[in-house]
Design a protein around this ligand. Sequence first.
Ligand SMILES: [Zn+2]
Length: 476
Amino acid sequence: MTRTWQKRPHSVRAVLARSLATVTAAALAQLACSEPAPPAPNLVLITLDTLRADRLGSYGHAPARTPVLDGIAAGGVRFQDAVSQATTTPPSHASILTGLNPARHGLRKLHGQRLPEANETLAEILRARGYTTAAFVSDLPLGSRTGLDQGFDLYDELDEQIPAGAGEAGDTNARVFRWLDDAPEAPVFLWVHYFDPHHPYYPPTDYRDAVGLGDADWAQKVLPRNTNRKRPDGRTLKTPAPKVTENMSRLYDAEVAYTDAAVGALLARLREEGLLDDAVVAFVADHGEQLGEGGYYFGHWDVLEETARVPMVISHSDGRHAGAVVEQLVATIDLLPTLLAWLGVDASLDFDGRDLTPLARGEALPERPVYTEQFEYFPVRAMRGRDWMLRQAAAPRARVEDAEALLQPRTRARSNRASPRDVVAAEDAKQALSQALSEAAHPEERHETEWIEVPGAVRAQLRALGYTDEARGPDR
Ligand SMILES: [Zn+2]
């Protein structure tokens, strides 16, 4: 696949920030009459699009072929119950990169919006501290027009003119490896985004062969992404036969296996370059995928267990907390504060997320519910507690108390409502969740959403990927 390759010039602000950081560090070192501080660890952040937590071996999926990701988990901390803050790609990544819930960072939709500049991203925080920052993304909706490029010296994205819309992991690695050929200056913050587990599930032949579906061309022809309900365009899609769903599920596993191998190739090259000698390596997914649950097929339309729960792992080359498994409910907005703590960076910013290191050490942190939303198709938001979830079909500006909210056991499918007896037992939980939902949906301080034009060519590519193409007003 062809892709753009442009070194973005440093912004004046960023250059000033880096110079200031250097000057300050030098002045401090002189004052202390000591050697300069030891070099900061590198950071490698891998985001895996559309990867359900329960499809990795380390999360209990027996047929999984994910030795690399499982290996990272074995050498680090695995968060068993992590929930993403949006089940749409750009808002979820914006939460990962800012440590904020969507209502605060202001990016809520797949396209047509831009992450407001006033946000302070992980890349901006680290670049101000002398890091070389580079991102490689494999999906059009994560292009720089989304504003997620804030703070990156290099933001390597797909060419909007190429009619594909998504890049394969092998191509993504090739782009990263070309950057590594130029020996970037350490410390490095590298973000690599892989897209392969996203529909359509069509991994290279070897991987289709491995699940006995080497000649599965039919899958692409007969199975569009399917919500099994009336779509906004008025069409109702048929429910696939069980055998077809099973095959699609195996192809999904094959895509995950292919992605795992690509992560292995990436780490091998980084190791060769010495960039993993002193490094934090983390991976997380932006959302999961529905493979038939709740009547949804091959998409991520809601904020249910299979779409909102994601794998999340942090490891350090010094082996800290290796093999720890955290069972407590956590959020992907917690990743950023935790990474900063592991890198020894004090950003003094007001994140919605929190440093999870105490949990990694086996200590307690107060339990708290986690917010998640999906505003692209059938707007819905939820506050998820350990046992209960308060879920509400809603417009972002509607008040929580004005709409009917559904309390349900959080681990069950959408259709399984709580029994009346359960609801009585959970009345306290409901009140707490309702208040937390209201606060997360309508925070006192927030960045106003910025709307942008999306070129027709990009809209056409999004349609080809199975996304609808509705322009919706800011009140949705
Ligand atoms: Zn995604």
